[in-house]
Design a binder for this molecule. Sequence first.
Ligand code: CP3
Length: 345
Amino acid sequence: MGGETQNKPLLRALKGEAVWPPPVWLMRQAGRYLPEFRAMREQADFITRCMTPDIAVELTLQPIRRYGMDGAILFSDILILPWAMGQDLRFEEGRGPVMTPIRSEADLARLNEGRMMEAVAPVREALRRLRVELPAETTLLGFAGSPFTVACYMVEGGSSRDFAHIRAMMQNDPALFDKLMDILIRNTAEMLCGQIEAGAEAVMLFDSWGGILPPEAFRRYVIEPTRQIVAHIRARHPDVPLIGFPRLGGVMVAEYAEKTGINALALDTVADMAKVAEMVPETVTLQGNLDPMILLNGGEALKTEARRIRDSLKGRPHVFNLGHGVIKTTPPEHVATLVETIRDV
Ligand code: CP3
């Protein structure tokens, strides 16, 4: 194992080592629950914050300074990829992301793959600076959305309750949907390779919505595209671990872990970690999965549940995390309590 990996507990765990106590970081650890994050939020809109290296670096570092997390996840968003290919994107208070939907051949033709890598150059610059500024023991994580989840936002034009448009496209115009998926598979792999070459030491694929699909469609639109992205990245960067997060994937997560080739399987709140551990190879690291609501509520229940999850995976490679992102009303001191509890063995 290289010297670089040796003093980074998160990187060791992602490479399959049962590190004890397990390393810890949290999805959405840089967020509105932190007063220093809210202070910077007034300075620029969301996309400007993602695309200005000074700001993205500062926001990424905030939770590292406060809590000494084992992982620093780049401050950015999964929707930066369609934005970088030319789809418009803005974030509205109370509504979330808003985009002009892509629903036809003509809409798809307006995407400009050629400008993607140039458009995300500031993201790579932020990663390069983070590698310099982060403590030596902190692992820097890059990420992207999975093609299916990003397609959900691109076709719906934002968040959705029923995903009616993407379901209709899959059924009525599968050739068009496949074209969109091909574009996303190619560009996601390319963008992640760029993040790795700029300093990301591991990368995570967020698949927030694959769980809406029936099994055959899950295989075709979640497992197979993820397998292709993993193969593409691994051919260029064989030592960089890949984390997959098939949120709400239920029993399909075992097949996902087996067929995609990911190194680590991130699990949502409903997953019984010990049961999933029996279903996947021992070489696959598990990441998760405290309920963000338990973190928000704090108290003894937080400590008890955090210890229960940690101890249930003792002896297996595990990365402690939440089952979904930190809720914005979470008291910051509860996060400190959580990190102390995990490290107190
Ligand atoms: O985890 C981190 O701290 C790193 C940064 C990160 C963000 N989004 C920042 C963000 C990551 C990894 C994401 C992933 C993401 N973005 C997902 C996958 C995970 C999940 O939550 O299921 C999805 C589906 C998105 C799309 C997205 N971005 C939505 C639906 C929203 C609006 C909802 C909200 O919470 O406001 C965003 C905005 C967003 N992305 C914010 C942040 C910090 C909030 C914007 C702000 O505070 O100004």
